[in-house]
Write a protein that binds this ligand. Structure first.
Ligand SMILES: [Zn+2]
Length: 273
């Protein structure tokens, strides 16, 4: 199965990616959607991938996540994309234990809006449903590539090797910037019918998975950007904050400006005062 080098099921009794091998779609995707940054070279120790992942772990306990009730998975079609800085994107996402018709319908609707908005991946909190569910199709076209559904995913291994790559996010319309992430990940998850499986991802699927997996932890892609990259999209983030305030009449629950000030303070050694 040489053609499956980029997506290699390790133990999947219900092989969820059987048709991936039908044609070698992967190399074309990189040319079509984006290109590797020239800065994607071996990193210095200071730049290594650690920051947000470590933070996310610190906040969570070892006990299992709360299980979603039927009400938690209720939705109205058509779904709408939740944009930054809506607090839904930072809320805790519950574990799914009911693999029923409603879940299948939700997945269908998520694919529907993902294709309509030209996305290649979408997590449930991005449509206002705080559960551990993501869908993606690295080709981004209905009827092409492979539709992948992951429920309650966990990462069991990240590669040491990382790469800088330009990302976008449906919750940040029009914003694209470089994010550093491990090149490969090993994942444990359930499929749409509840069957457990393990899979290794590399290349674009690994990238899309990690971006969506972050959403399930309440982590947004700009949380992982370097200060310089963040600065380059700062005005666009503030425009989204303003849009949220105008739309809801509420103050933005987070502000990129205050985050930058906190970083500056910490850098200047005022963090403890
Ligand atoms: Zn996103």
């Amino acid at each position: 199965m040489a053609c499956a080098a980029w997506l290699q099921p390790i133990s999947s009794p219900h092989a969820i990616f059987p048709s991936l091998c039908r044609r070698p779609i992967f190399p074309a995707i990189f040319h079509r959607f984006t290109t590797f940054s020239s800065a994607g070279q071996p990193l210095s120790a200071a730049n290594r991938f650690t920051p947000v992942h470590a933070q996310a772990k610190r906040g969570s306990s070892l006990k299992e996540d709360e299980v979603a009730s039927a009400a938690d998975v209720e939705f109205e079609a058509p779904l709408k994309i939740v944009e930054y800085p809506d607090p839904i994107l930072r809320a805790k996402n519950k574990r799914i234990e009911s693999f029923d018709e409603n879940l299948k319908k939700l997945v269908e609707e998520m694919f529907d809006i993902m294709y309509k908005t030209d996305g290649i991946g979408l997590s449930a909190p991005q449509v206002g449903i705080n559960v551990q569910l993501m869908v993606f199709n690295p080709v981004g076209e209905r009827g092409e590539g492979e539709e992948i559904v992951l429920v309650n995913p966990r990462v069991s291994r990240y590669s040491q090797k990382t790469r800088l790559f330009e990302e976008g996010c449906l919750s940040f319309p029009g914003i694209y910037a470089d994010v550093q992430r491990p090149e490969t990940v090993k994942i444990d998850a359930r499929d749409i019918s509840g069957a457990r499986f393990t899979v290794n991802l590399s290349g674009l699927p690994a990238r899309v998975f990690q971006h969506e997996f972050d959403h399930l932890q309440g982590i947004l892609f700009f949380d992982r950007m370097t200060e310089g990259v963040l600065e380059s999209i700062s005005e666009q983030l503030q425009a989204l904050e303003k849009k949220y305030e105008d739309k809801t009449g509420l103050p933005s629950p987070e502000r990129i400006e205050s985050r930058k000030r906190m970083k500056l303070k910490a850098a200047a050694g005022f963090g403890k005062s």
